[in-house]
Design a binder for this molecule. Structure first.
Ligand SMILES: NC(=O)c1ccc[n+]([C@@H]2O[C@H](COP(=O)([O-])OP(=O)(O)OC[C@H]3O[C@@H](n4cnc5c(N)ncnc54)[C@H](OP(=O)(O)O)[C@@H]3O)[C@@H](O)[C@H]2O)c1
Length: 229
């Protein structure tokens, strides 16, 4: 694959949603770079995507210093990007705010919000002048209605909703299209009753990258009802 091959950076490719995005973007002929925090994650990606143009990169976007190193390494080793898809988890339901040790808020914020802010700050300047480029922020219904016990997740993911709004406003014009993919169904890698598979969701992720959609909150409820605005 040569350097001119369109390239997507997918955060969260070891997880349910990012896995689907990686599948969808590979299916469009893109090269996919997939950061993961651990060697175990990289090994999982190598084995799941064996023979495909998916390249694991070890790094932690939720940590400020590690995020900078990740950005520099990706720039040096792979050159310019065309699409960035940011899906960071996992779910948290550790109880009410009251009684949480302060370090728990730091941990939850770091894994659910900080990575999104670092990714935007570090990769948007590169994408901003790239023709036909896209940046997609993944959110979920957990940020809209506080489910009992999800207190810190609700607070952190509302930060992601705010970030999405700011980024969509900041990039109203120019070649880069920023959108939010707001998922309101259960997505898992393996098919089972009542669940949307990662592969199905990935079709939507790929369609957004290839579309003209800009500055939108794109709702995803099911494969049957998904439509780009
Ligand atoms: N799955 C669903 O049903 C669903 C529905 C609606 C919305 N969403 C949204 O989609 C996003 C991802 O959900 P998911 O189900 O794909 O999550 P997941 O399966 O738990 O995967 C989480 C991903 O986040 C990555 N990650 C990066 N930094 C992290 C950190 N500091 N701590 C923990 N994980 C970190 C993990 O990568 P490594 O471990 O490889 O580093 C992993 O790939 C979330 O924002 C969620 O709200 C999911």
């Amino acid at each position: 694959m040569d350097a001119a091959t369109p390239t997507a950076l997918v955060f969260g490719a070891t997880g349910n949603v990012g896995h689907g995005a990686a599948l969808g973007l590979l299916g469009q002929g893109l090269r996919v770079l997939a950061p993961t925090r651990s060697e175990a994650g990289a090994e999982q990606l190598r084995s799941t995507f064996a023979g495909r143009e998916l390249h694991p990169v070890i790094g932690d976007v939720s940590d400020p210093e590690a995020a900078l190193r990740l950005r520099d390494q990706i720039q040096r080793d792979y050159g310019p990007l065309d699409h960035v898809f940011v899906s960071l988890g996992p779910w948290w339901q550790g109880g009410s705010v009251s009684g949480q040790p302060p370090a728990e808020w730091t941990r939850v914020r770091s894994m659910l919000l900080d990575g999104h802010v670092h990714a935007a700050a570090l990769w948007l300047p590169q994408l901003a002048h790239r023709p036909e480029s896209s940046y997609t922020v993944v959110t979920g219904m957990g940020a809209l209605d506080p489910i009992p016990g999800t207190s810190l997740l609700f607070i952190a993911t509302n930060g992601v909703l705010a970030l999405s709004r700011v980024l969509r406003q900041e990039h109203r014009e120019g070649p880069l299209r920023v959108n939010e993919l707001r998922i309101s169904c259960r997505v898992e890698k393996v098919a089972r009753e009542g669940v949307v598979t990662s592969a199905q969701l990935g079709q939507a992720a790929a369609a957004i990258a290839a579309s003209k959609a800009r500055g939108r909150v794109i709702e995803y409820r099911s494969p049957d009802t998904f439509a780009l605005p």
